[in-house]
Design a protein around this ligand. Sequence first.
Ligand code: CAO
Length: 423
Amino acid sequence: MIKEIVLPDLGEGIESATISEILISVGEKVKKDDVLFVLESDKASMEIPSDYEGKIVEMFIKEGKDISIGEPLYKIETQNQIEKEIENKSEKENLEIHKQEVKSGNRTEGNPQFKPTAELKSSIAANGVFSSPGVRRLARELDIDLGIIKGTGAKGRTTKEDLNNYIRIKMREGSGLSKPPKKPIDFSKWGDIEYQKLTRVNKITGNRLQEAWQNIPHVTQYNSADITNLSAYRRKLKSEAEKTGRKVTFLPFLMKASVSVLKNMVRFNSSLDENEENLIIKKYYHVGVAVDTPSGLMVPCIRDVDKKTVMELSEELADISQRARGKKLKPEELKGSTFTISSLGGIGGTGFAPIVNPPEVAILGVSKSEWKPVFDKDSKEFVPRFVLPFSLSYDHRVIDGASGAAFVEKLSQALENIDLFKE
Ligand code: CAO
């Protein structure tokens, strides 16, 4: 019998993945549970085993190809006879295990759940749990008691997916990322509700933010800068740029000012290595910019900020944020940043604590500038000044509080020195 195999639901909100390795070819014979190919999603790498014993007769996939749930993978000619033998053998094996368990007192003969009926003949009732031989074998190898996993298959059968889900949860727990299972709440009891599906970007960003929040000891340092002179200079550049349809906001100045400080405070432009034994200090200055898009938050990267003028950065920023909103960014454009700026200055707010964008160690949060009365100690009068509030969140494993405070002071001075921006 020839069966067409499609990409199953991979869970974890993964809708598609890339075929990174194909381990079989047409004509090859495979056994059940033999790994056929490896998939890479943006979250994980997965080995996909065969559900059948048989011969591969057609392949629909290529290495490097993106594939979505439900798309055909390959066709296999299954060996019914062999399958039957395996099932009969496993039934005998199961019954033998069962008899031994009853004998040793580990099982009660009267357990109502243990009924190896015809439709469950490849299942076992170890601990009163029905499951396939493959699932039982894996559970045995990993020393997992199937009795504690809630089966979602027919008649409460513990499926491979149930076991995989259980392993995923345990792995997350091991990495400190576990979320306690939530009971559904019926909010409609108290009023009208509607469901809105999270986008793929929402889910990916959400997971990354949660991971960063849980793994990085964050500290946020607040400060402000007097940008009265900078604002006047920007207005000049802005009106010149407008003649050619371009715009100049405060962000390119913030990028350049941040990089001028990063060059002197190198730990802020670093990452911890995989063993958390060394700091990797980067000698390039690529700034990630948080962009609010209809699908969610994205952080494209602008490279070599130190080598570009304010006008060049303005043009690049306009291009990259427009393409982020139109889902036109290439994956490469989302990688490689060494420091991130999240600017909410065009929207409002007086201050916020941004979350570090790993593997970076610091992020700048920018809020909305306002005219404020500032006391001038020379004239002994309050004078109106245009003040920009900002904050710096950093990884306290890499940066100590004194450096954090020094960074925001230096950044404030850099923003007040408009010579820094003149080309
Ligand atoms: N103070 C006062 N005005 C500001 C300002 C500030 N700090 N920052 C921006 N503005 C002004 C701009 O100058 C512009 O006014 P003009 O038309 O007079 O030039 C206006 O506000 C709108 O700016 P903008 O938001 O379109 O442009 P930007 O370069 O400042 O920001 C971008 C671009 C892509 C970062 C922004 O559009 C965006 O998406 N911000 C949201 C980022 C976000 O969601 N972060 C939260 C992540 S959670 O950590």
